[in-house]
Design a protein around this ligand. Sequence first.
Ligand SMILES: NC(=O)c1ccc[n+]([C@@H]2O[C@H](COP(=O)([O-])OP(=O)(O)OC[C@H]3O[C@@H](n4cnc5c(N)ncnc54)[C@H](OP(=O)(O)O)[C@@H]3O)[C@@H](O)[C@H]2O)c1
Length: 210
Amino acid sequence: MRIAVIGGTGDLGRGLAVRLAGSYSIIIGSRETARAVKTAEELSTMAKTSIIGLSNEDAAALCDSAIIAIPSLPTYEMLAAIKNRLKGKLVISPVVPMTFENGVFGYALREGSAAERIAGALESRVVAAFHTVPAEKLVSLREELNCDVLAAADKREDYSEASRIISSIKNLRPLYCGGLGNARVLESLTPLLLNAGRQNKIKSPSLKVV
Ligand SMILES: NC(=O)c1ccc[n+]([C@@H]2O[C@H](COP(=O)([O-])OP(=O)(O)OC[C@H]3O[C@@H](n4cnc5c(N)ncnc54)[C@H](OP(=O)(O)O)[C@@H]3O)[C@@H](O)[C@H]2O)c1
């Protein structure tokens, strides 16, 4: 199974790609093909397996499932460019629209969530997940993860498909949290965790439900 990481040249995309590469064929997507190719070469060495780099559009066309790992809300134009290529496919959104003002992280949307907006713009099966898994921990393969991944999806079978991807990363436990209407709550956990980390000197805070 081929997973495209749209925006896979960034921090989270690189971390997820290198961790998933043991179980899936990974395609790094970028707005610039050359950047995707360079990142894919670096990650192939780290993961000791072949990862390829393409434009976001070509990555979307070639994959079976995709992860949209770009900062803040993807623009309408960006989603329109990959919409047909991702039609009917599983799309995971870890996207968290955030603000940072006066040393405090906040959730940027007044209503709804990034995942719901992505679902509204695409004709894909969108699952919200990975918001509270720090990129720094993912990309460092020696790091023990031991985190939970809270996930929301309108259809339980879409969550199940995403949960297989999540659990393929050692010590990540997927937890179903209900429909995509809950994505707003999941996404707003990230600024909360980052504030807790900042105020209490916890590096790369993550989440575990006990
Ligand atoms: N970093 C974390 O620890 C973490 C954890 C959980 C969730 N998240 C969420 O995951 C998403 C990605 O985070 P990140 O830290 O990996 O972000 P990032 O490193 O800042 O950016 C990821 C990639 O997105 C692409 N990009 C940048 N601006 C774009 C735009 N306007 N339109 C389309 N593509 C654009 C860039 O790739 P190209 O220039 O190559 O196209 C960039 O390398 C964010 O929504 C974040 O909230 C992050």
